[in-house]
Structures are given as structure tokens and as C-alpha cells.
Design a protein around this ligand. Structure first.
Ligand code: SAH
Ligand code: SF4
Length: 373
């Protein structure tokens, strides 16, 4: 290897990738298990400390590979226990990661892209535009660093018990790098989380939902946000490509591949936009008798947005209506809003390469009807 060639980052390589890597080096297959356990279970990133690897292998690994973690630029601790990190990507940009402690579990919300190109009207990440996909190392590195920084749980387990891909970016638009991360999260040789504790949230990239069902069937959350195409076209623009009927077909096919598996439908409550009882009834018609749960998300405001959060009473009535008719519906508690860590507030620092909605175009100039409160 030449002195100038980049070293291979072992962080983020899934079991199948590492097996291929060691096979290419004519190494024994069990090296994969050893290295995964050193990195993800013991938190060791210094090859010299991996004492059950031969000296010769350690020397080659040290020369040609590295285990490079993303650099945490800053950390914010909320009064409610939520923690947010800002991680450097490159060229002065940054992404965000949020830890949400709850009784019995610790959920880490991780980012998959620097910004997002899908431009949902109510999302701070979308407002920033898109720069690039995160690498698998940058994505799994968020989990590694959170576990490194946070105290272990009372039973000795790592702090992170659940992972949701609900931070910055659309995970299924970065499919190639996200799948190895999902595999690492559920592998017994690394984080060993159950599939129920790993959730991909998507705004509905239908072809990749179908593929994910076969490649790595973790839990799925779908950002529905509107019960008809006319409204969804306006607030979730990917709907024009993959309308609700095809999105729901993909959802039911995904659920059918996994016994007892529900799809969670996220629904952001925007005052005067999608929050009437008529909308609740329309939503009920879509999800009735299906393996579906609804999770209402009170809208979290950010600078420049025209949207407002539905009142607590409106959200309650909407939820009650769904429940009375027989759907499972919950409302997400807003956490970490004192440190701008709540859903949809993650903006990091993104140099947009596509367009900047907050620059020349104002949010809301897509003719979305917002009732005055
Ligand atoms: N791109 C993926 C995952 C990231 S967003 C997706 O869209 O599903 C995670 C959730 O937060 C999504 O349901 C998203 O629609 C929602 N969200 C975005 N902006 C929000 C805001 N300002 N307030 C509340 N929820 C928001
Ligand atoms: Fe992207 Fe999700 Fe935000 Fe839409 S809601 S712009 S898909 S991050």
C-alpha cells in the first residue's frame, strides 16, 4: 500500500463486509467476530489493544486500516435529561444526534445525511437543503460515541437500548450506507439490539422499503402526515412520486413479512393544516383493520417556518377520535426543546448543494393553506 493511500475505516463495516475483507487478506473467518466484539462490545479502537489477534495481523491492520470515530464538536444537556451532540462531518459542516432517556430505556435518535433533499414543508432539516450522505462509519459512530460518553445502565448494559433513524436526513435515500449500520445494530457480535428496538423512519421511498423488508427487517415508521394525496403532495413532496396508495401497499407488504409487526405512522400536528376531525376520519379509513399504529407528533417550530403547533386540545380530540374508532394512537412527548433537540428541529450545520428554501424561497410559498388561529 502506498504511503498516501487512504486507510480503510473498519468502523461501519458489517459482518459480511468484514468477512470479505479478511478473506481477501487470507485471514481466518473468526477474525470478523473478534474485531466486531473489540470495537462494538468492548469499545476498543486501538488495534494494539486487541490482544487475541496475532502480532502480524495487528501490524498489518495498524498500517492499512483505522477505526475512526466521528468528532463530537459539542454537547448540550437538556433540563429533562435529553442530550444532543453536534458531530463534525467535513468542510465545517455538522450533524446532530439526540439521546432521550425514559424509564426502562434509552433511545438514540441518529442522523443519516447532512441535510435532506426531500424538502418536507414543516422540517428544519429539509429547509437547509442537502449536502451529502453520511458514511456507515459516521452513522454507527454516533451510537458508539453516545455509549462511550453516557453512563451505563443500572444493570450494566450500555446506555443506548433503542436506536431510531429519525435525526437529520432520509435514511432510505442513503440505503447503501444505512443497511450495514442496521446489521451492526442487531448483530450479536456488536450491539445486539432486537429488531423491535431499531426503527427506520421514512417519508416513503417505496422501492427501498420493499428492499429493506428482505435485506434487514427492522421496525418501520412512516411519515404520513396527511390522509389524502392533495394535502400530502404539498407538505411531503415525495408523495408526488410515491402516492399514498403505493406507500400503504409497501407498508402492508413490509408488515406481512414479519409476524406481529406493526407499522408506526407518524403524523405531525400542524395547526389548521391537517388536524381536523375530518382528517382523523380520513386517516382512520386508510388504516382501519391494518397492522398500524399512529404516533401524533406535536409540531416543533424553528426559525422561518409558517406552521404552528396544533393546540393540546386539538391533538387530544384527534387522538381520541382515532382511538374511539379502534385505532392504536399515541402522542409523542416533546423532549429536549430547550436545546433545539425535538423532532424536526435538528439542523446541524449544512452547506446546501441543492437549494436553500430559507434563502430565496420562503417556507410556505407553496400555497399551503394555514388557517389563522
Ligand atoms: N426523514 C425521515 C426521518 C427523519 S424525521 C422521515 O421523514 O421520516 C423524523 C420525524 O420527525 C418524521 O416523522 C418527520 O416528519 C418529523 N418532523 C419533521 N419536522 C418536524 C417538526 N418541525 N416538528 C415535528 N416533527 C417533525
Ligand atoms: Fe427529510 Fe424527513 Fe425532514 Fe422530510 S421530514 S425533509 S424526509 S428529514
Amino acid at each position: 500500500m502506498s504511503a498516501t493511500a487512504a486507510k480503510t475505516n473498519l468502523l461501519g463495516m458489517s459482518q459480511d463486509m468484514l468477512e470479505q475483507f479478511f478473506a481477501d487478506w487470507q485471514e481466518k473467518p473468526f477474525r470478523t467476530r473478534q474485531i466486531m466484539q473489540w470495537i462494538y462490545q468492548r469499545g476498543v479502537v486501538d488495534i494494539d489493544e486487541m490482544t487475541d489477534l496475532s502480532k502480524k495481523l495487528r501490524a498489518r491492520l495498524a498500517a492499512e486500516t483505522e477505526i475512526r470515530l466521528p468528532e463530537a464538536l459539542s454537547r448540550f444537556d437538556s433540563a429533562d435529561g435529553t442530550v444532543k451532540w453536534l458531530f463534525a462531518t467535513d468542510c465545517g459542516q455538522a450533524i446532530e444526534t439526540v439521546f432521550i432517556p425514559e424509564p426502562g430505556r434509552g433511545t438514540l435518535c441518529i442522523s443519516s445525511q447532512v441535510g435532506c433533499a426531500l424538502d418536507c414543508a414543516f422540517c428544519a432539516t429539509g429547509a437547509q437543503g442537502f449536502n451529502r450522505n453520511l458514511t456507515s462509519a459516521e452513522i454507527i459512530g454516533q451510537v458508539f460515541v453516545a455509549n462511550q460518553e453516557l453512563p451505563r445502565r443500572d444493570n450494566g448494559d450500555p446506555a443506548v437500548t433503542n436506536v431510531v433513524l429519525m435525526g437529520m436526513g432520509e435514511p432510505l435515500a442513503n440505503y447503501r450506507n444505512v443497511v450495514p449500520v442496521l446489521k451492526l445494530l442487531i448483530s450479536d457480535w456488536s450491539f445486539g439490539l432486537s429488531r423491535r428496538r431499531v426503527t427506520v423512519s421514512t417519508s416513503g421511498i417505496v422501492p427501498h422499503m420493499n428492499k429493506l423488508a428482505d435485506d434487514c427487517n427492522v421496525s418501520l415508521a412512516v411519515s404520513l402526515h396527511a390522509p389524502n394525496d392533495a394535502l400530502r403532495d404539498q407538505i411531503v413532496p415525495i408523495n408526488k412520486l410515491h402516492p399514498i396508495a403505493s406507500l400503504l401497499d409497501a407498508c402492508w407488504a413490509y408488515a406481512a413479512k414479519h409476524a406481529n409487526r406493526f407499522i408506526t405512522f407518524e403524523y405531525v400536528m400542524l395547526r389548521g393544516v391537517n388536524d381536523s376531525l375530518a382528517h382523523a376520519d380520513e386517516l382512520y379509513e386508510l388504516l382501519n383493520n391494518k397492522p398500524a399504529k399512529v404516533n401524533l407528533i406535536p409540531f416543533n417550530p424553528f426559525p422561518g417556518t409558517v406552521f404552528k403547533r396544533s393546540s393540546a386540545a386539538t391533538i387530544r380530540h384527534f387522538q381520541d377520535r382515532l382511538r374511539q374508532r379502534g385505532l392504536v394512537a399515541t402522542t409523542r412527548r416533546t423532549r429536549g426543546d430547550d436545546i433545539d433537540a425535538a423532532c424536526g428541529q435538528l439542523a446541524g450545520d449544512v452547506a446546501n448543494r441543492v437549494r436553500n428554501r430559507l434563502g430565496d424561497k420562503k417556507i410556505g410559498d407553496r400555497n399551503i393553506k394555514v388557517a389563522s388561529a
